[in-house]
Design a binder for this molecule. Sequence first.
Ligand code: F6P
Length: 359
Amino acid sequence: MRVAISTGGGDAPGLNAVIRAIVLSAVRQGWEVFGVERGFGGLLGSARVVPMDRESVRGIVHLGGTILGTTNRGNPFRWPMLQTDGTWAEVDRSAEVLESFRQLALDALIAVGGDGTLHIAYEFWSRGLPIVGVPKTIDRDVSGTVMTFGFDTAIQTATDAIDKLHSTAESHERVMVVEVMGRHAGWIALNAGLAGGADVILIPEIPYDLEKVYRKIREREARGRHFSIVVVAEGARPKDGEVTVKAPAEVGGVERLGGVAERVAVRISEETGKETRTLTLGHLLRGGSPTTWDRMLGQRFGAAAVRAVAEGRFGHMVSLDPPDVVLVPLEAVTGKANPVPLDADALLTAREIGICMGD
Ligand code: F6P
């Protein structure tokens, strides 16, 4: 067997653990393994495909990022190409990927990525490519799996940051507004906010009413708590408004969210008279050494993907269904979001202990 691995979309801690497990398990099967660099784009034009062996994955399990590189503008069905008139347009180059795959005499591709990558994987599988997906995202917004690797490291980093903000918030009697990633899912904000002892958590699933936030801050003032911590997900929006977009979608890409913390902080300051400061954690949440949990899940997913290839279970994605790692059809998960359910236990817990959820 000749098997290739690619990593696509935003990087997440645990990707190298997946790569390592895939390479080691595949080599033990006696297969040849190849790494496709920078997502599916590595199979376009002069293919960027490198042979991999035990040596290529030595000492990487604890490293963040991906040794194969990645991009979130790497959809071969919507590839950005410069036109003769100087503008950019999306071009379908999927046939070139299929051709490279044949030319390289590959038998299988293991595609590691988030909802975008898994959707591309599904499209290729529908066109006959033998492909197995591995879900990845710090946002935990992929459906069909209880957990993705990267999320645990991201919430640990966010919780550490929130912990450190408490003392300065209290010393200066300020309201600190912390913005975390997550796109249109509030998992990071909810988990890190709850673990970090936030007073207010705003998530995309619950459009916020700032009057409720002011009330919470005033209540705390009245109780002699002259500071507050507000955690806001980048995809949160007011009940009568839109998400805050930092940059519109580039050709072949998606819009970039960001800026909601500033928006919220200005209003809090105007309405409550409190001094506010903002902190956007941004890409910090994608970095660092993966937690034990993310290394474990990454390696379990990697080994399970090789098992799936050995069994010919193409068109599937590995998924955590505790305590097992199982396979689910890509068709069943692609295009489906995984928002925080309004009856999620963590959300109920937040409400029950008095955290304001903005409603
Ligand atoms: O999906 C992961 C993620 O980090 C999101 O939380 C965030 O909105 C997005 O990627 C940022 O992507 P970029 O790498 O384009 O800044």
